[in-house]
Design a protein around this ligand. Structure first.
Ligand SMILES: NC(=O)c1ccc[n+]([C@@H]2O[C@H](COP(=O)([O-])OP(=O)(O)OC[C@H]3O[C@@H](n4cnc5c(N)ncnc54)[C@H](O)[C@@H]3O)[C@@H](O)[C@H]2O)c1
Length: 253
């Protein structure tokens, strides 16, 4: 009940899916949580269900001024920032030969630039408080290529690179930075609801995994909780794969 007691956590993309699960898990373990998203009705409802342990703010991670407001309001409300989960993400499917530059850049701005701005925005507050934990949500698509997902793959590889660079720069001020690389997780994105992906049978892919099923948002939230808590005190610059065995190896025959 108290693995992150007294900590204040900022979670982006927290209106649904993995971000929502992380908000619920962190509050259940004693944290105050500030939820950011662009889906305001959903986000407000999640925060209301967590009563005075949570606050929802409209927050577009791709905009620097939105980060300034998100962080300032979090500090005004709860007094400090101990944890940031850079979770917000979008996916667009199109082959390289056909992708429109604007679609490529839209994904880069949300997934990659959003992660950079998030880290940049919380560093002064965490450093002043003597440390903190930043958790960047990459993907197994940040560890290997994926046909038709060039913008998403580029952004998720970049997140792993940024995570390692940040860990090198920030360890001396007590800030740990790690990434999580989920495989298929049961959210609107993981169920194939993203742009260009509507007709893909994701069930067949999940059945073929070593663990033969899709992952649950709550399972990723447990891993994020470990990285947010002092239980992971010696982890930084690392990536934590949670994928049902998807990357364990290739099947022959
Ligand atoms: N579901 C999967 O299979 C899977 C696998 C690997 C990695 N991921 C990553 O996990 C993270 C969470 O995704 P999910 O599975 O919960 O999907 P999801 O689509 O349910 O949730 C993503 C959330 O991000 C929000 N968002 C989108 N653009 C935003 C912006 N500009 N600013 C703020 N919020 C924004 C959405 O409104 C939504 O609430 C993403 O980074 C995603 O890339 C997902």
């Amino acid at each position: 009940m108290s693995r992150v007691a007294g900590k204040v956590a900022l979670i982006t993309g927290a209106a649904r899916g993995q971000g929502e699960a992380e908000a619920r898990e962190f509050v259940a373990e004693g944290a105050k949580v500030v939820l950011g998203d662009v889906m305001d009705d959903l986000g407000k409802a999640v925060a209301e269900s967590l009563s005075d342990h949570a606050l929802y703010l409209h927050h577009d991670v791709s905009r620097e001024e939105s980060w300034a407001n998100f962080v300032a309001t979090a500090v005004q409300t709860f007094g400090r920032i101990d944890v940031l989960v850079n979770n917000a993400g979008i996916l667009h499917a199109a082959p390289i030969a056909e992708i429109k530059l604007e679609d490529y850049l839209r994904v880069i701005h949300v997934n990659q630039v959003g992660c950079l701005l998030g880290m940049k925005s919380v560093i002064p507050h965490m450093a002043k408080a003597g440390g903190g934990s930043i958790i960047n949500i990459s993907s197994i698509a940040g560890l290997e290529g994926a046909i038709g997902l060039v913008s998403y793959v580029s952004s998720k590889f970049a997140i792993r690179g940024m995570t390692k660079t940040a860990a090198l720069e920030l360890g001396r001020v007590g800030i740990r930075v790690n990434s999580i690389c989920p495989g298929g997780i049961d959210t609107p994105m993981g169920r194939g609801g993203s742009e260009g992906f509507e007709n893909v049978d994701s069930n067949a892919w999940y059945r073929a995994l070593p663990l033969q099923r899709i992952g649950k948002p709550e399972e990723v939230a447990k891993l994020a909780l470990f990285l947010a808590s002092s239980e992971s005190a010696y982890c930084t610059g690392a990536e934590f794969v949670i994928d049902g065995g998807a990357l364990a190896g290739k099947r022959f025959g």
